[in-house]
Design a protein around this ligand. Structure first.
Ligand code: SAH
Length: 495
């Protein structure tokens, strides 16, 4: 059995949340990603930093010269596939719905290159849904037809006359350029001029635009490709839930991917669209963790272990034999994230300050002076050890990990940032790494309009770096950051 080397993956309509789990896993693993212009940058940002991204730039809505270009793409896939690298061919929506995915699969088969298709969420259904239009609806529409609006330079040999009679919902892809002709042919075939129509450009992306009209108004809709045109009674529906606080807001999360989960989840729960641009990652300390292992081995010598980072908890606990090593040792945790990290290892924090900062933690550690082990980031500030030392406590600081810059590919980042409303920073190191990033031409990256920082320490670092910090949560927690962002959006109007 030969390993599959080329995956034809449906990228969904834009929102990276609409990429399948299999698709996301393959993009994250790919050595080479060959993509259309239609594929959203937020999806491309899931690729490995060292992956090669190839924009084959074929506009699926522009078949002029399409055949020749398609040949080249087929050849490219065959050539790359033969190298044995993992090649992901990312196609907007579903690869087999007007995506010419079938032709690429045939070319790979003919060349003997093993391939696999991974279906995707098609724009034909997902984009109408995103504006409150179900393509079928009991009592309104009992069928849906998906049709191409463009064949050659016109609406082509599509049988608009029978489509007009078919009733139900008509979803036209690649039809915005020929919208006047489509409206005319459907109307001539007897479809009422007041039939509801909704046109959605770049659905499920931050650049989404929607126009609701009728068949008579379709020729004048001021939208461009890529757009979905929906014709029929269902297009007149608008079934939407209440708007969550961050609906319509795109937020960039700069945290290391391994730690982005809780914040991303909170943001999504508040209705935001999340774009992950992990600018940092955690790495072993310079000594490979030697000092940490030694400290963990002798932890019984300490009265307390103090944690100001969830990462430090994970790295420290990994060096223990098991929880019995901690018998008789107090565990001090700065706030909810470190408490939760301890809990994941079955450990209960003995001390959690009201003020979730390193200084607050030091103040909460009262009683007779004791020996404290402080496993922390290489860049951790000296507040805790200094405050305790000033009171005669003995603090041993050991570096548990380093945070290092890990900028994603410039082409992925530049696109992901376009249209973003806010950027969140959860550590001074992320601020620094973000500001150091450049685009392909070596220019600094644009900054989304709203800069939001988790807690005072990160906010101070951002201000020191010259950023205008619009949102600063009082507490360094994901919940507090999302709440502060929601308050700013509600107060300032939608950006
Ligand atoms: N395979 C794709 C369709 C490819 S044809 C799918 O399943 O979605 C390209 C056409 O798809 C575009 O011209 C447009 O009509 C539609 N389309 C794709 N993504 C879209 C989006 N995010 N918003 C609106 N239309 C989109």
């Amino acid at each position: 059995v030969r390993a599959v080397t080329v995956y034809l993956v449906g990228a969904g309509p834009g929102d990276p949340g609409l990429l399948t789990r299999r698709g996301a896993a393959l993009v994250a693993r790919a050595d080479v990603v060959v993509h259309d212009r239609l594929v959203d940058p937020a999806v491309l940002s899931l690729a490995r930093p060292d992956a090669v991204l190839v924009d084959v730039g074929k506009r699926p809505d522009d078949p002029a010269g399409g055949a020749a270009r398609q040949e080249e793409i087929n050849d490219l896939l065959v050539r790359r596939g033969r190298t044995g690298l993992t090649v992901v061919r990312l196609k907007g929506g579903d690869p087999y719905l007007f995506g010419r995915g079938g032709e690429e699969a045939e070319a790979l088969t003919a060349a003997g290159v093993p391939w696999e298709v991974v279906p995707g969420v098609t724009s034909a259904f997902a984009v109408p849904a995103s504006v409150g239009v179900p393509v079928t609806h009991r009592g309104v529409s009992t069928s849906v037809t998906v049709v191409t609006g463009r064949v050659g330079d016109s609406a082509g040999p599509v049988d608009w006359e029978s489509l007009s009679r078919a009733g139900g919902t008509l979803v036209v892809l690649m039809g915005v350029a020929t919208r006047a002709e489509i409206a005319r042919r459907l109307t001539e075939a007897g479809k009422p001029a007041d039939t509801p129509v909704v046109v959605v450009e770049r659905g499920t992306t931050p650049l989404q635009r929607t126009v609701r009209t009728t068949l008579a108004g379709l020729p004048d809709v001021p939208l461009d490709a890529p757009s979905v045109v929906v014709v029929g009674p269902a297009a007149g529906l608008r079934i939407e839930s209440g708007r969550p606080p961050l609906a319509g807001i795109t937020v960039v999360v700069t945290r290391a991917r391994a730690q982005s989960g809780p914040l991303a989840d909170e943001l999504v729960a508040a209705g935001a669209r999340v774009v992950e641009v992990p600018v940092v990652e955690t790495a072993e300390p310079d000594d490979g963790g030697e000092q940490l292992r030694r400290a963990a081995g002798g932890v019984a010598r300490f009265g307390w272990v103090a944690f100001t980072s969830a990462n430090a908890v994970d790295r420290f606990v990994a060096c223990l034999r098991d929880a019995r090593d901690l018998a008789g040792v107090g565990l001090a945790a700065v706030g909810p994230a470190t408490v939760a990290a301890l809990a994941r290892h079955g450990l209960v924090a003995d001390l959690v300050p009201d003020d979730p900062t390193a200084a607050g933690l030091a103040r909460a550690m009262t009683g007779p002076p004791a020996r404290v082990l402080f496993p922390c980031a290489a860049a951790a500030r000296p507040d805790l050890p200094e405050a305790l030392a000033a009171r005669g406590w003995e603090v041993e600081r050991v570096v548990a990990y380093r945070t290092v810059p890990a900028p994603p590919p410039p082409e992925a980042v530049t696109g992901a940032l376009a249209g973003a409303d806010a950027v969140t920073f959860t550590s001074p190191s992320a601020v620094e790494a973000y500001l150091a990033m450049t685009d392909r031409d070596g220019r600094p990256l644009p900054l989304p309009p709203l800069v939001a920082c988790i807690g005072p320490t990160t906010a101070a670092a951002a201000r020191a770096a010259g950023l205008a910090v619009a949102v600063e949560s009082p507490l360094p927690t994901s919940e507090a950051l999302v709440a502060a962002l929601a308050a700013a959006v509600a107060g300032g109007g939608e950006p």
